[in-house]
Ligand binder design. Structure first.
Ligand SMILES: [Zn+2]
Length: 237
């Protein structure tokens, strides 16, 4: 196949551009499939579950505290009412009965106060746990946002390099004849399609070439494309 010197350099550049484009596509997909991001998503899902459980602990204890508080107020108002009755009664028998009721209500009041204090301590602890978990959730969210921004900026960068290469490719392709281009595209599907003799080796397959193979390539007319005897890549000078 024939191709002038300008076309041959263009063909070599085309192979380089296609290789770079393939690498960029690969880098984009590995940036998007970030293992680190996947790990953070996993951690976030676990913390979200922990947060729901901690929230429900707090709510249950708040309810218990409210119930204990209501019971306490009830007993306190009964004690106040009994004290009033005690002041008003003139019967010592009634007074005795009321006093004994006040004594039992006071014991009940003490019990309820102890219960409420216990619930308050538990509530405080549960609120602390809830706060710790939500801080951990916020940290994971922050890390995810930072990482996502990093990935986005890397992908934007790669895409812009890809667009530049695609534009370069259009220019380069314009310098290659249709038949060579068709042969290149067919070959490029399987392997590095274009090579040069570099250090007595084919730059496409890196295999060393015999002296006679190198001589054969060197003896070809300038506008003639050769082939690597090892990988069949198109050889340009
Ligand atoms: Zn080769």
């Amino acid at each position: 196949m024939k191709l002038d010197k300008v076309g041959q350099s263009a063909l070599l550049r085309l192979a380089e551009i296609d290789l770079e484009i393939t690498q960029i596509k690969h880098e984009i997909s590995s940036a998007i499939d970030s293992k680190e991001l996947e790990g953070l998503r996993f951690q976030l899902a676990i913390v979200a579950g922990e947060l729901i459980a901690a929230r429900s602990d707090v709510e249950n204890l708040e309810e218990s505290q409210k119930r204990a508080d209501d019971d306490l107020h009830l007993v306190e108002s009964r004690i106040a009412r009994d004290n009033e009755r005690l002041n008003q009664t003139s019967s010592s028998k009634d007074a005795q009965g009321i006093q004994s009721e006040i004594a039992s209500l006071t014991r009940r009041k003490n019990e309820l106060e102890d219960t409420e204090l216990g619930v308050l301590a538990e509530l405080e602890q549960a609120q602390k746990v809830h706060k710790e978990i939500s801080e951990r959730r916020d940290q994971i969210n922050d890390s995810m946002n930072t990482l996502q921004a990093e990935i986005q900026s890397k992908v934007d960068d790669l895409k812009s390099r890809g667009r530049k290469l695609t534009a370069d490719k259009e220019i380069v392709v314009g310098k290659i004849t249709a038949d060579v281009l068709a042969a290149y595209e067919l070959l490029a599907k399987r392997q590095i399609a274009v090579g040069q003799v570099v250090n007595r080796s084919c730059s496409a397959c890196r295999m060393g070439l015999t002296a006679s193979a190198i001589d054969l390539l060197a003896e070809l007319p300038d506008d003639q494309i050769g082939y690597c005897p090892e990988c069949q890549a198109m050889m340009v000078r």
